[in-house]
Write a protein that binds this ligand. Structure first.
Ligand code: F6P
Length: 255
């Protein structure tokens, strides 16, 4: 439309896709750091994208966060089931319930009239217990669905904000800083080069699983998230970025 044309968004999208080696980039007007309507625009663009790409029989894995919560709210309520299955990317990651992947997966499934399977894992399980839970047949079955998802839709955050939101202690926060963590996605903290340097004790999607998933889509905007998004995309697993001008211009400056 006219706004896109006036702002040269198609050109920004193409430059970003080339620079980051992505299949597709969608940029909406504005900057989510300074104005909430950009987050809503990102969510609307993501909802349209999902409707365009999802096919019957496919598995959609989603993570949590406020951007993904907004995506769920942007989806129209379907009258005919789409025949897909929605799963959360990871178990509990220490987020408030309305921002949890389970909650968002269930809401997306309700709107798309899809099937869903959830992962109920307490956030503070010791590692041995995580392993025991993950090896149960009912849980394994869901993990298998997650690890071969046709579409993975995940949020991205700065390491700093996510450490705060998950109430990491001072020692863990210091460790993150020491290891150069700048970005976070699905429970992993990444350094500038896209190497995972720390991870939240939980289970579900592992970084290496992304190689076996179909399309990996990262969603998030705001200039403040540019370095975080770059770190996550440097893993080389992402195919699509849906973002706003604030993040897009900053990434072009940084690369
Ligand atoms: O905790 C789930 C999660 O998707 C994180 O992996 C990500 O960093 C964050 O939420 C993004 O949250 P928001 O969209 O609120 O910035």
């Amino acid at each position: 439309d006219l706004v896109r044309e006036l702002r040269g968004l198609a050109d920004v999208e193409q430059r970003l896709a080339r620079r980051l080696g992505l299949q597709r980039v969608i940029v909406v007007p504005g900057d989510a750091d300074v104005d909430d309507t950009s987050k809503k625009e990102i969510a609307r663009a993501t909802a349209r994208f999902l409707k365009e790409v999802l096919r019957e029989g496919q598995v959609l894995a989603v993570t949590g966060g406020s951007t993904l919560a907004e995506v769920a709210l942007s989806l129209p309520e379907e009258s005919v089931p789409l025949g897909i299955t929605v799963v959360p990317g990871r178990g509990g990651l220490g987020e408030d319930v309305e921002l949890q992947a389970n909650t968002i997966a269930a809401e997306i499934a309700r709107r798309l009239r899809a099937n869903y399977r959830l992962l109920h894992v307490p956030d503070d399980l010791p590692e041995e217990a995580v392993e025991t839970v993950a090896s149960q047949p009912q849980v394994r079955e869901i993990l298998d669905l997650i690890r071969r998802a046709d579409i993975v839709l995940h949020g991205v955050g700065t390491a700093e904000e996510m450490a705060r939101r998950r109430r990491l202690g001072p020692a863990e926060t210091a460790r993150l800083r020491e290891r150069g963590a700048v970005g976070e996605a699905f429970g992993y903290y990444f350094n500038r080069q896209g190497q995972p340097v720390y991870q939240t004790a939980s289970f579900g999607l592992r970084v290496e699983d992304l190689a076996h998933c179909g399309q990996v889509v990262v969603v998030g905007g705001g200039r403040s998230k540019a370095e975080a998004a770059l770190a996550v995309i440097s893993t080389g697993y992402q195919d699509v970025l849906i973002t706003d001008e604030g993040l897009a211009w900053r990434v072009l400056e940084l690369t």
